[in-house]
Design a protein around this ligand. Sequence first.
Ligand SMILES: Cc1cc2nc3c(=O)[nH]c(=O)nc-3n(C[C@H](O)[C@H](O)[C@H](O)COP(=O)(O)OP(=O)(O)OC[C@H]3O[C@@H](n4cnc5c(N)ncnc54)[C@H](O)[C@@H]3O)c2cc1C
Length: 385
Amino acid sequence: MDFRESEERQALREAVAALGAKYGVPYMREKTRAGEKTHELWAEAGQLGYLGVNIPTEHGGGGGGIGDLAAVCEELGAAGCPLLLMVVSPAICGSIISRYGTDDQRKRWLPPIADGSYTMVFAITEPDAGSNAHLIATTGRRDGSDWVLRGQKVFISGVDEAQSVLVVARTEDARTGKLKPALYVVPTDAPGVTYQQIEMEIASPEKQFQLFFDDVRLPADALVGDEDAGLLQLFAGLNPERIMAAAFALGIARLALDKAVDYAKTRTVFKQPIGAHQAIAHPLAQCKIELEQAKLMTQKAAWVYDSGDDMAAGEAANMAKYAAGEAAVRIVDQAVQTHGGNGLTAEYGVGGLLAAVRATRIAPVSREMILNFVAMHTLGLPKSY
Ligand SMILES: Cc1cc2nc3c(=O)[nH]c(=O)nc-3n(C[C@H](O)[C@H](O)[C@H](O)COP(=O)(O)OP(=O)(O)OC[C@H]3O[C@@H](n4cnc5c(N)ncnc54)[C@H](O)[C@@H]3O)c2cc1C
C-alpha cells in the first residue's frame, strides 16, 4: 500500500496551484461583486487540460480518473478560486456520457466538455422530492421518435452559464414507484425551457436556478443510456459528484486554515502572537488533523471509483463527502474565530466562506442522508424512513 499520490498527480496539483495563484481570492472577489462570471479562469483551465483530466484521451481528455479531477478542484479552491461547475460538467456529465453515451454522444459532447468550451450542468433535485429522489416527477413522454419533457427542478447550479442540462427524469411508463432514471441532455435554449435565479446567501459568481420544462421536445438521441437501466447509470455520475463535492470542501477548508495560521502567527494583542495561546493553537491543530483525515477518505473514494468498483465507491464517496463537509465547516468557523473581528471583514475574506462551506453539508446529498446510508448499508441497521 502506498499513501503517496503519483508523481503525475503531484505535478498536476503544482501546475493547478500555479494557475490558481494567478487568479486567486482578489479575482473571485471582484467577479462576485461585479456579478460577473469566471469565464477567463474556466477557459484557461480548460485549455490547459485541467477540466478534462478525467475524460478519455480519445475524446480530448487527459485519460486520468476522478482522483485527478478532484485534485484540480481542491487546488483551485485552496487558491481561493473554487469552480463549482467542475462538480457537474466534467465530473457528473463527463463520467455518465463516457460510460453510457453512444459513440455519437461521446464525440459530440466530451471534447468540448473536456476543453471547457461547452458546459453541461446537472438537474436532479425537485421541489416536491428533495432528498427523496424516488419522488421525482419530471417525465419524458415518447412522441414518435422524439421525447417530450415536462416537469421542474430546483437549486440547479450554473444554468445561466451552460449550453445544456443533463436532466434526471423518468419515462411515462415508469411514472410511479422506485426511480428508474432516464437521463436527457436538454439545451438551455430549447423552446419550453425557462429558468429563474434563486437569491442565495452564498457569495459566488456561480448561481442556482429554478428550471421549468414545459413540453420540451427532444430528439431521440437526447436520451443518454438506457431509459430503463436503473440506478447504476445515475450513480456513475453521483459518486463522482460526491467525491468532487468533498474536494471542493477540502479546497475551501485549506484556504481558511492557511489564512487562520498566518493570522495566528502575526497577530499580537498580549505579549506573544495569538497562536502561542493553546486556545488558538489546539483547535487549529485539530482542524489540520481532520482535514488530512477527510483528504485521505476522499483519495480513497476516488481510487475505489476509478478502480471500477461502483458498489464500494458508493459507500466511500458518501463517507468522503461527509468527512470533508464536516471538517470544512469546522475549519472555516475556527478560522473566523482566530481572526476575531477581522474574521467578518471583507478585507480578510474568511467570513464570506461560511455560507459556501455550509452548503457542502447539505448538497449534493445531506449529512443526514449519508448517515442513513451508512446506518443501513454499512452497519445493517433497520431503515427508519
Ligand atoms: C448551493 C447548492 C447548489 C446545488 N446545486 C444543485 C445542482 O446543481 N443540481 C441539483 O440537482 N441539485 C442541486 N442542489 C440541491 C441539493 O442537492 C439539495 O438541496 C439536497 O439534496 C437536499 O435536498 P433539499 O434541499 O430538498 O432538502 P430536503 O430533502 O427537504 O431535506 C431537508 C432536511 O431534512 C433532512 N432529511 C430529509 N429526509 C430525511 C431522512 N429520511 N432522515 C433524516 N433527515 C432527513 C435533510 O437531511 C435536510 O437536513 C444544490 C443545493 C445547494 C444548496
